[in-house]
Design a protein around this ligand. Structure first.
Ligand code: ADP
Ligand code: MG
Length: 296
């Protein structure tokens, strides 16, 4: 099975001058910003009739079969489903790491099929924070250097990059492990470093694919608590999991089966505080305040 492109480990981005104006201002959608049902908040994500078919020689694998999904800005959505149901395929499309075979995908009202590779890589690095099950940290490299990586091409000086990486690590309760290498950290600590790396660019959308899949229950709670806090700050969070108790911490649960949405259940309103804040036990090391609030 071909691995999807990983924004953290893929080819080094080409060096090119920073944009003078934000991408989405420069390339606006011809449509007015969409909102949920015409009145609610603007939509962060609009997936319309998306089909994804993998061709493996003679065999065609239909990983997504006409999936439609709208996600409001500031929502916290869990995507559930058993192994092979299409969750990672959907996440790769949401993260602009892969393109649909048919159907369309709009992020903040912009149809990604209208963007070229440079625009897509800009969009990924400015707007989206990725977290994976396997942490994907660079080995034999300190936590702070790992977290600095996404800033390498942001046109910031070294001291500012270091400061932002340290702030992000403190925000996930890892301020006392700045110079530890990955191999010197537990799984839960490595995932917190990975979350710091995902938020260091201040993205509005966090996409996490089975982020607690390799963690014990204590570290799972830590990581969910951090996602809840990021969501409480106004970030949209999409959390992929096959564990029902993890999904229950979201505001909305969408279930996939065999490449189709089979259930879509609202737990609390998109603008409510995430349920996890009230329910989980107080956690060690994770401070109450994270990064600055994002305006939805
Ligand atoms: P999940 O994340 O829910 O376990 P995936 O999205 O990884 O599911 O996979 C959905 C289906 O698509 C599976 O049948 C899987 O084998 C297939 N698939 C996923 N990625 C590829 C690929 N790169 N090439 C071929 N088939 C793939
Ligand atoms: Mg998967």
């Amino acid at each position: 099975m071909r691995a999807p492109r990983n924004p953290d480990q893929g080819a080094r981005p080409r060096l090119r001058p920073a944009r003078e104006r934000p991408l989405l201002e420069r390339a606006p959608s011809p449509r007015p910003p969409a909102s949920a049902g015409g009145r609610g908040r603007p939509l962060a994500i609009q997936v319309r009739e998306v089909v994804k078919t993998y061709e493996l020689g003679q065999i065609r694998v239909r990983a997504l079969r006409r999936v439609s999904l709208q996600i409001e800005r500031g929502d916290f959505v869990a995507i559930m489903g058993s192994s092979g149901s299409g969750k990672s395929t959907l996440m790769n499309i949401l993260g602009c790491l892969d393109i649909p075979t048919a159907g369309s995908y709009l992020i903040d009202g912009v149809d990604v099929s209208t963007l070229d590779e440079d625009d897509l890589s800009d969009l990924r690095s400015r707007k989206i924070g990725f977290v994976f099950q396997s942490f994907n940290l660079v080995s034999r490299t300190s936590a702070v250097a790992n977290v600095e990586l996404p800033l390498a091409y942001a046109g910031l000086d070294r001291a500012t990059r270091r400061q932002r990486a340290e702030d992000a690590l403190r925000a996930v309760g890892m301020g006392n492990r700045l110079h530890h290498q990955s191999s010197e950290l537990s799984g839960g600590q490595q995932q917190r470093v990975a979350v710091a790396r995902a938020i260091v660019t201040n993205p509005t959308l966090i996409l996490a694919d089975e982020p607690t899949g390799n963690l014990d229950s204590h570290s799972t709670e830590d990581v969910l608590r951090i996602f809840a806090r990021l969501n409480g700050e106004g970030r949209t969070v999409v959390l992929i999991t096959h564990e029902p108790d993890v999904a229950e911490q979201a505001k909305r649960v969408v279930s996939l089966s065999d490449g189709r949405v089979v259930e879509d259940r609202r737990v609390t309103a998109a603008h409510d505080a995430p349920p996890v804040l009230g329910r989980l036990k107080s956690s060690h090391g994770v401070p109450e305040a994270l990064t600055p609030r994002v305006r939805p």
